[in-house]
Design a protein around this ligand. Structure first.
Ligand code: ADE
Length: 235
């Protein structure tokens, strides 16, 4: 069982996500446990403050050390081994499939979502989390990034996908984009399903799919063909 704790100022935004689809099913069948904890529960003043203005001036607010360290301490106190800390930030290492594969082998993750202008630097210094970005754009908070990470790793847990073939089947196209897929009807508004897929000839179908994967990758993401890519999952 993979355990994921999420520290956030907005635990409610996870409700729909955790209650639907593959993630909900993985939770219900005990493959993963996800718990959202509010930093605000660890605030110490009467306003329940978790952020303050930056020293040196400037716009926005900064997440304070106290509630973050106390929240992390409260979650990790009884954990042996301690969870791996992941801080979601646009300044982090870019999330890739090989990284997700790595995370899916962990037993316990603690995800820290930031808000406002960022975290007091001593949170990085003192907690040494792995810093992860989901792309080169700025979100108003780390929550959507945490959901992206949770979704990508839950689908890798054995038994999470209804059809086990979904991830093993994928692996033949190592690091390439997926080939085009079709379902019934054979003909739709004058658009036909490629003949080879109706042939029942498995070797020919596999060769066609492989060629389509390569061609699609060459056109859309040539960087995937040149970059070192040791992922064994298609994208
Ligand atoms: N928080 C704000 N922007 C983010 C991003 N791009 N990735 C991860 N966390 C973030």
């Amino acid at each position: 069982m993979l355990r994921i704790d999420v520290l956030t100022l907005f635990p409610d935004v996870f409700d729909g996500f955790l209650g639907s689809s593959i993630v909900a099913r993985a939770i219900a069948s005990g493959l993963v446990q996800v718990r959202c904890v509010n930093y605000r529960d660890f605030a110490t003043d009467r306003h329940r403050s978790v952020d303050d203005s930056p020293f040196g001036g400037g716009p926005g607010m900064v997440m304070m050390c106290g509630p973050v360290f106390d929240a992390v301490g409260s979650i990790t106190r009884d954990c042996d081994p301690p969870p791996s800390l992941v801080l979601l930030t646009p300044q982090g290492e870019r999330l890739t499939q090989p990284m997700v594969n790595e995370f899916s082998g962990e037993r316990h993750l603690l995800l820290l979502c930031g808000h406002y202008e960022g975290f007091d630097e001593r949170i990085r210094e003192g907690l040494r989390p792995r810093e992860v970005s989901i792309g080169d754009y700025v979100l108003s908070g780390g929550e959507p990034a945490a959901m992206v990470l949770i979704d990508a790793l839950v689908r890798l847990l054995p038994g999470a996908l209804g059809d086990e073939a979904s991830t093993t089947e994928e692996s033949f196209s190592a690091g390439l984009l997926e080939y085009p897929q079709y379902t019934k009807p054979r003909s739709f508004r004058g658009m036909e399903v490629p003949e080879v897929l109706l042939s029942g000839h498995h070797a020919r179908i596999e060769a066609w799919r492989r060629a389509q994967s390569l061609e699609r990758t060459r056109r859309r993401r040539p960087d995937l063909l040149t970059d070192a890519n040791d992922s064994n999952a298609p994208i």
